[in-house]
Design a binder for this molecule. Structure first.
Ligand code: PPS
Length: 307
C-alpha cells in the first residue's frame, strides 16, 4: 500500500542510511556501491516494448529532458506534471532502495505501461531487454567541460556521492573516468556509435538551450505525438531554466538536505553553456583539451562548448 507520507517525509524517516557511498566497479564502470551490490536486479530488468528510456551521463540535462518528455506525453498539462517529484514520475532504473523508498527496479515493477525510465548507465550496461524489446531511447549529451563543472558542484552538494575534493584533482578524476558512472568519453561515444542501428534519438544540451522549440518538436516527433503550436510554446516556457528552478516537483528540493544540500550548491545551479570558462584556468584548459583530442580521436560528435 502506498504510504500516506510525502516523498520527502519518507526519506527523512531513514536519514541514517544515507552517506557518501564509495564506488564499486561493474564491468569496469565505477558505480555507487549500493547500485553495484544490487546489480543482478538491474541487469535482469524486463523492459516492455513501449517503455521509453532516457539515458544521459550525469549532469548532461537529464531532468530537463525528463520534464520535456513528461509534458509532451501529457499534452503540456502543467498540473498533471506536478503530480509527483520527478523520480516518482520517471523512475531512475539503477537507483538503490532505502527502507521507505523502493529501488528503481521495484518502482518500475509497480508502474503501469507506458513507462518512462531514467538511466545514467553507459550503453554496454543497459539491460539487454531494452534492446530486445526495441524500446525507444532518448540520449542527451553535454559538452565535456560544462558537464564536468556541473558534476563538480553536484558532488559537493550530493551527500551520497564521494567527496569531490579540490577542483584541479576533480578534473583529473573526470579525465580518468573515475567518477560515478565512469568515463564521459566512453559514454557519449557509446550511444553515438549505436544511435542509427538502435534508433536512438541523440540530443545535445547546447541545442536544447539554443533552440528549445526545435528540440521539443524533435522529441515530440520521435514519440509519435502531435501537439498544436500553443501547447509547444507552453512546453518551451515550462521547461525554461527559470520555470524548472522554481518547480518543486522538478528542482530536487524534495530531497532533504542530508541527501542534496542546496545550501552548498543548488541542483538548478546555472543552466548555461560556457560556465566552464569561469572554472578552468588556461593551463587546465590546455591540458584538458589535449587529453580530449586523444580520447575523441576519430569521433565526429558535434559538441559545442559555446553558443
Ligand atoms: S542529474 O543529477 O544527472 O539528473 O542532473 P541533470 O539533470 O542531468 O543535470 C543538471 C544540470 O542541468 C541543468 N538544468 C537545466 N539547464 C537549462 N535549462 C533547464 N531547464 C535545466 N534544468 C536543469 C542544471 O542547472 C544542471 O546544470 P548546471 O550547469 O549545474 O546548472
Amino acid at each position: 500500500m502506498k504510504s500516506q507520507k510525502s516523498y520527502t517525509e519518507q526519506l527523512k524517516d531513514v536519514k541514517e542510511v544515507f552517506q557518501r557511498f564509495t564506488l564499486k566497479p561493474v564491468e569496469g564502470v565505477p558505480l555507487m556501491k549500493p547500485i553495484a551490490d544490487n546489480w543482478e536486479k538491474v541487469a535482469s530488468f524486463r523492459a516492455h516494448p513501449n517503455d521509453l528510456l532516457i539515458a544521459t551521463y550525469p549532469k548532461a540535462g537529464t531532468t530537463w529532458i525528463q520534464e520535456m518528455v513528461d509534458l509532451i506525453l501529457n499534452n503540456g498539462d502543467a498540473e498533471k506534471c506536478q503530480r509527483a517529484p520527478i523520480p516518482e514520475r520517471i523512475p531512475f532504473l539503477e537507483i538503490f532502495s532505502s527502507p521507505t523508498i523502493p529501488s528503481g527496479v521495484e518502482l518500475l515493477e509497480q508502474t503501469p505501461s507506458p513507462r518512462v525510465i531514467k538511466t545514467h548507465l553507459p550503453l554496454q550496461l543497459v539491460p539487454q531487454s531494452f534492446w530486445e524489446q526495441r524500446c525507444k531511447v532518448i540520449y542527451v549529451a553535454r559538452n565535456a567541460k560544462d558537464n564536468l563543472v556541473s558534476y563538480f558542484h553536484f558532488d559537493r552538494m550530493n551527500q551520497t556521492q564521494p567527496e569531490p575534493g579540490p577542483w584541479s584533482g576533480y578534473i583529473t578524476k573526470f579525465m580518468k573516468g573515475e567518477l560515478s558512472w565512469g568515463s564521459w568519453y566512453d559514454h557519449v561515444k557509446g550511444y553515438w556509435q549505436e544511435r542509427e542501428k538502435r534508433g536512438i534519438l541523440y540530443l545535445f544540451y547546447e541545442e536544447m538551450k539554443q533552440n528549445p522549440r526545435q528540440e521539443i518538436v524533435r522529441v515530440m516527433n520521435y514519440l509519435g505525438q502531435s501537439l498544436p503550436d500553443d501547447i509547444i510554446e507552453k512546453i518551451v516556457e515550462l521547461t525554461s531554466f527559470k520555470s524548472m528552478k522554481s518547480n518543486p516537483m522538478a528542482n530536487y528540493t524534495f530531497f532533504p538536505d542530508f541527501i542534496f544540500d542546496h545550501k552548498v550548491s543548488p541542483f538548478m545551479r546555472k543552466g548555461e553553456v560556457g560556465d566552464w570558462k569561469n572554472h578552468f584556468s588556461e593551463e587546465e584548459s590546455a591540458i584538458f583539451d589535449a587529453h580530449y583530442a586523444e580520447q575523441m580521436k576519430g569521433s565526429d560528435i558535434p559538441f559545442k562548448t559555446v553558443i
